[in-house]
Write a protein that binds this ligand. Structure first.
Ligand code: FAD
Length: 434
């Protein structure tokens, strides 16, 4: 049985190259062009002039869109390699765009590659993979996020068109996107898991009303990049249906597993960044007769953070490995475990790093407070932790049985009795020898 924690030397060389490239060439973009939407503004000539040459270098290094197969210009790397790459990319909000693997476009590209017709691939996937456009995923609704049974947005057939009617909430990058991937109910007579379909809808289709953008903490109301959208009799031709009618939930599942692992591994990268800041500060700040690193409580914070980060990193890498092995059930449990741990690790370790920096840590002159605000967000995005805990418990419980009768199977009295009977001959001999 293989049990190996090492990275192949050739791939490690690529990771080392990425590490330096992201540090030197990409991270400065975060400082010069902050803002959650900035990396997705495909029509911004100023930032395009800066990132296009960087994207070309990434392509020359054969590290472009690595989640896609070679026939689509990627490398077809498995999840383990992608996870290791995302650990580096997580340090910069621009890095995924420079490497052609930004969410939600990665997931959208994957589902079009998997379920799309040739015409859909040509129209939507090709420009997406060339980074000429970005896309948006429009699933959750104002009255319902984690419970799809409460979704209402519907699509009806009218001649050779589908007509979409309803509202969607938090469609990230919708106002920057060229097209939306929209989930709508097409059959109300069956449970929604069989009755919802997925559509590719260009954002300039008549009837799409952007009610407003919803922002992240710190962004003024009305700004930000998560679209609240009203689909008001939005007509799309038949051929804009992705996959078959009723297939939306299987399609949605296809895009989520890998995406959650990438999010988690980017979190490892960010948290490591915060951890590095904590250690540097502990060695630099002098108070009450010593540097902070000499105080036992600060040592505890560093030790606990180091352990938790290493545990989390190994869990994420194992999850990526499990997905690559193709065991879907086990992968589901692992992805849910990673999803639950992501906000926790971020909250705890970034919180300690912030605390060790005191007032400076709370300020807008360090990235820590902003990073820390990501923790609760990671606990909601792609479904709240509670829902993933339910998944874990259900999956785990599949391999257990209830006990027979009144007492648990590990109840001691009958087991002690059984053990005495098993060893009766020896026990009797001992008694006899006394
Ligand atoms: C940054 C960000 C980006 C997003 N991007 C997109 C996007 O691009 N496209 C898109 O469609 N959506 C997007 N979303 C929406 C996201 O998918 C939903 O927010 C998420 O599914 C949770 O739904 P909700 O917000 O309606 O919370 P609710 O479903 O209302 O849940 C709220 C709380 O209720 C509790 N709860 C819910 N269910 C259970 C349960 N079964 N058991 C116990 N407690 C429960 C939990 O405490 C949970 O946190 C994004 C969200 C965020 C924060």
């Amino acid at each position: 049985m293989a049990w190996d924690f090492a990275t192949e030397p050739e791939f490690q060389d690529k990771l080392d190259w990425m590490d330096e490239f992201v540090r030197e060439e990409v991270e400065p973009l975060d400082l010069a062009f902050p803002g959650s939407g900035a990396p997705f503004e495909t029509k911004n000539e100023k930032t395009n002039a800066l990132i296009k040459p960087l994207q070309k270098i990434v392509q020359e290094q054969e590290l472009w869109a690595c989640h896609m197969g070679p026939e689509l210009g990627g490398r077809g790397y498995g999840q383990l390699k992608l996870a290791l790459m995302n650990e580096i990319l997580g340090r910069s909000s621009w890095a995924p765009r420079v490497f052609g693997c930004q969410a939600p476009d990665t997931g959208n590209a994957e589902i079009i590659a998997h379920y799309g017709s040739e015409a859909q691939k040509k129209k939507y996937l090709e420009p997406l993979l060339k980074s000429e456009i970005v896309s948006s995923y429009s699933m959750t609704e104002p009255q319902a996020g984690s419970d799809p049974k409460e979704f209402k947005c519907a699509a009806f057939k009218s001649g050779d068109e589908w007509v979409i009617q309803g509202e969607k909430w938090y469609s990230s990058n919708a106002t920057l996107a060229e097209f939306l991937v929209v989930m709508a109910i097409t059959d109300f007579d069956v449970p929604i898991h069989q009755g919802a379909s997925m559509f590719l809808v260009p954002t300039d289709t008549p009837g799409i009303e952007f009610i407003r953008n919803v922002g992240m903490p710190g962004e003024p109301i009305g700004e930000g990049h998560h679209g609240y959208i009203h689909y008001n009799d939005v007509r799309v031709p038949e051929e804009n249906l992705l996959g078959s009618p009723g297939e939306a939930f299987s399609i949605a599942q296809t895009r989520l597993g890998g995406g959650r692992v990438h999010h988690a591994m980017r979190t490892v990268g960010q948290v490591k960044h915060a951890f590095d800041m904590m250690c540097e500060r502990a060695l630099s700040r002098f108070t009450q007769g010593s540097i902070l690193a000499k105080k036992q409580s600060v040592q505890n914070m560093i030790a606990d953070s180091y352990i938790e980060l290493e545990q989390f990193r190994l869990l994420v890498l194992k999850t990526a490995w499990v997905i690559d092995q193709g065991d879907k059930d086990l992968a589901r449990t692992h992805v849910a475990m990673v999803k639950v741990q992501t906000p926790k690790v971020m909250q705890d370790i970034v919180g300690r790093a912030l605390h060790v920096h005191g007032s400076l840590g709370c300020s807008n002159e360090m990235p820590l407070a902003n990073m820390w605000m990501q923790a609760p967000i990671m606990g909601i995005v792609d479904g709240p932790s509670e829902v993933h805990r339910v998944t874990i418990a259900r999956q785990v419980l599949k391999s257990y049985q209830p006990s027979e009768g009144l007492w648990p199977s590990k109840h001691l009295p009958p087991r002690v009795q059984a053990a005495k009977e098993k060893f009766a001959a020896i026990l009797e001999l001992e008694v006899g020898n006394l």
